[in-house]
Design a protein around this ligand. Structure first.
Ligand code: SF4
Length: 472
C-alpha cells in the first residue's frame, strides 16, 4: 500500500534510454557505493562489468557500455556536460584505463573488462548485469543488478523503486482508488488529491517549484532540439529534422533566445495542420536530443520522453491554459497516471514493448491535458484509458538497437494521440464508458506477458530485422 512520488516518474535524465542508459549508470553508481561501504576505492585492482539479455543485444545503440563506464568513473548523468561524453569515452578507450569513482586509475580494456554478452540472459529480468571488483588482497565483490525501467534498478533482494516508496495520506493504486479518494474528499480536481499526497515527500511550494523546474528543462530541451542540424550518432545516419521544420514553420521570422522563439510559436497561425506540425516538431526535437545523449526529461522513460513535452508545449502555445498552476497540475496528473502503470503493469519496454513506453507516456499526457482543460476527474481517467487503448500491443523494435527508428517519430504519434484522446474524453460522459483505466492497464500487462521477446527491446523482430541496416 505504498506509493512513489510523481517526480520518480517524471525526472531529469540523459538520453538515449532510461532502462539501457540510466539504469546501468545508476547500477554502476550503486556498485561504487558498495565498494566504498566495506573497502577503499584505492584498494581496487580491477573492475569487470558484463551486460546480458536486452542490455547486451541493444547495448551499443543505447549507450549501455558508455553509461557503465561513466558510472564507474563516478560521473553523474544529471550534471555531466553532455557535450564531453564522446571525448571522455574516447580517452578511456585509448588509454585502456578508467578513473574509478574519480579516485583511482585502473586498467580497463573495453571488451575484456566490459562485455556485452548477447548469448545469455539472467533469469531474474531481461535487463541484467553483473559488476565484479577485485581488490589488491585478492578479495572479490560481485553484485548483479537489473534495470527495471524508467532508470530504476533492482537486485534480487532489493528494488530501488521500493526505496522511494512511502505510505501517502490517500494511497492510490488504481484509477478506482483515485476516484474514491477524490469523491471522499469532495475534491473537484485530481491534481488537488495529488498535491495532498505529494506532501508525504515535500511541501506544496516545493512540489510547485520542482514541477516548474521540470517545465524549464522541457522548454530548454525543445529549444535545443529545434536549433540543431546534425546527423544523429550511432551509424544509421539519421538526419535531425526538427530544426529544418522549425525554420520552415517560422518562415522569415528570426529570434535570438528561447523567449523570443517561444513567442513566435505562440503567435503562429493556428490551423489544424500548423498545430499538428508544431506538436510533431516539438516531439521530434526532444527525441533527437535524446538520441544524441542530450539531457531530457524522463517521462516515464527516455524513448518516450518527447510525448509529455510536446503536449505540454501544445497547451502552453495553443490553448489559454498557460499559467504556472496549469503547468504544475498537468505534470502532477501525468505523473500520477505513470505511477499506476508502473505499479500494475510495467514501464519497461524489455517487459512490455513500446506500449509500456510511448503508450504510457501518451496516457499520462492525455490525462494531464484533460485536467488543465477543465475535465472532470472521470474524464481525466477516461482520457488516459483512451490513449492507452489505442497503443495496446505496440511492439519495441528499434533498428540497430538505436532509439531513433521508429522511436523518434513514434513520440510525435503518441503526442497527437494524447491530444485526440483528451478531446474525445472532454466530449464524453465517463459514466457511459465501457472500458475503465484499470481494465486497460490490466490488458496492457496481459498483452505484455503474451508478447514474444522478439518485440521487447531485443531488436530481433519487426522493423529491426525487416530493415537492412547496411542500406540505411
Ligand atoms: S520502439 Fe518504443 S519502447 Fe522501443 S526503444 Fe523505441 S521508443 Fe522505446
Amino acid at each position: 500500500m505504498e506509493s512513489i512520488s510523481i517526480f520518480e516518474i517524471i525526472k531529469v535524465g540523459i538520453g538515449p534510454s532510461s532502462s539501457h542508459t540510466m539504469g546501468p549508470w545508476n547500477a554502476a553508481g550503486n556498485f561504487l557505493r558498495q565498494i566504498r561501504t566495506d573497502h577503499q576505492i584505492q584498494d581496487v585492482k580491477e573492475v569487470f562489468v558484463e551486460f546480458f539479455g536486452s542490455l547486451a543485444k541493444t547495448g551499443i545503440g543505447h549507450g549501455t557500455d558508455i553509461a557503465g563506464m561513466l558510472g564507474l568513473a563516478g560521473e553523474n548523468f544529471k550534471t555531466i556536460d553532455t557535450t564531453k561524453i564522446t571525448e571522455k569515452i574516447a580517452v578511456m578507450k585509448v588509454a585502456n584505463q578508467l578513473n574509478l569513482g574519480g579516485e583511482k586509475l585502473i586498467p580497463f580494456v573495453y571488451g575484456e573488462h566490459l562485455i556485452l554478452n548477447k548469448k545469455r540472459s539472467l533469469d531474474f529480468h531481461p535487463n541484467g548485469m553483473i559488476f565484479r571488483a577485485i581488490f589488491d588482497n585478492g578479495e572479490e565483490l560481485i553484485q548483479d543488478y537489473y534495470s527495471v525501467g524508467g532508470g530504476f534498478i533492482a537486485t534480487r533482494e532489493e528494488n530501488s523503486y521500493e526505496k522511494h516508496c512511502v505510505r501517502t495520506l490517500y494511497p492510490c493504486h488504481s484509477g478506482a482508488d483515485v476516484m474514491r479518494n477524490v469523491e471522499k474528499l469532495g475534491l473537484q480536481r485530481i491534481s488537488d488529491l495529488i498535491f495532498l499526497n505529494e506532501e508525504s515527500w515535500r511541501t506544496k511550494e516545493e512540489t510547485e517549484r520542482e514541477a516548474l523546474y521540470i517545465w524549464q528543462q522541457i522548454k530548454e530541451c525543445i529549444y535545443k532540439g529545434v536549433n540543431k542540424e546534425d546527423i544523429l550518432p550511432g551509424g544509421l545516419k539519421v538526419t535531425r529534422r526538427a530544426a529544418a521544420w522549425n525554420t520552415k514553420l517560422l518562415g522569415d521570422k528570426v529570434y535570438k533566445n528561447i523567449d523570443e522563439w517561444f513567442q513566435l510559436v505562440v503567435d503562429a497561425e493556428e490551423t489544424f495542420t500548423t498545430i499538428n506540425k508544431w506538436v510533431s516538431c516539438f516531439a521530434l526535437a526532444v527525441n533527437e536530443e535524446n538520441a544524441s545523449f542530450g539531457r531530457i526529461i524522463t517521462a516515464p522513460t527516455n524513448g518516450a520522453s518527447g510525448v509529455i513535452p510536446a503536449v505540454l508545449m501544445y497547451a502552453q502555445a495553443f490553448t489559454d491554459r498557460t499559467s504556472d498552476d496549469d503547468i504544475v497540475r498537468f505534470l502532477l496528473v501525468a505523473g500520477e497516471i505513470g505511477t499506476l502503470f508502473k505499479k500494475n503493469a510495467t514501464i519497461s519496454a524489455a517487459m512490455g514493448g513500446c506500449q509500456a513506453e510511448v503508450g504510457v507516456s501518451s496516457a499520462m499526457a492525455a490525462a494531464g491535458l484533460t485536467e488543465i482543460m477543465g475535465g472532470t476527474p472521470g474524464q481525466v481517467l477516461m482520457a488516459a484509458e483512451i490513449a492507452m487503448e489505442h497503443h495496446l500491443g505496440l511492439t519495441c523494435d528499434p533498428i540497430a538497437g538505436l532509439v531513433q527508428i521508429p522511436c523518434i517519430e513514434r513520440n510525435s504519434m503518441g503526442a497527437i494521440k494524447a491530444i485526440t484522446a483528451s478531446n474525445i474524453a472532454l466530449e464524453s460522459d465517463p459514466t457511459k464508458a465501457r472500458v475503465s483505466l484499470d481494465q486497460v492497464i490490466q490488458s496492457m500487462w496481459e498483452t505484455a506477458q503474451s508478447m514474444s521477446d522478439r518485440f521487447k527491446e531485443t531488436s530481433e523482430g519487426g522493423l529491426a530485422i525487416a530493415v537492412n541496416v547496411a542500406e540505411c
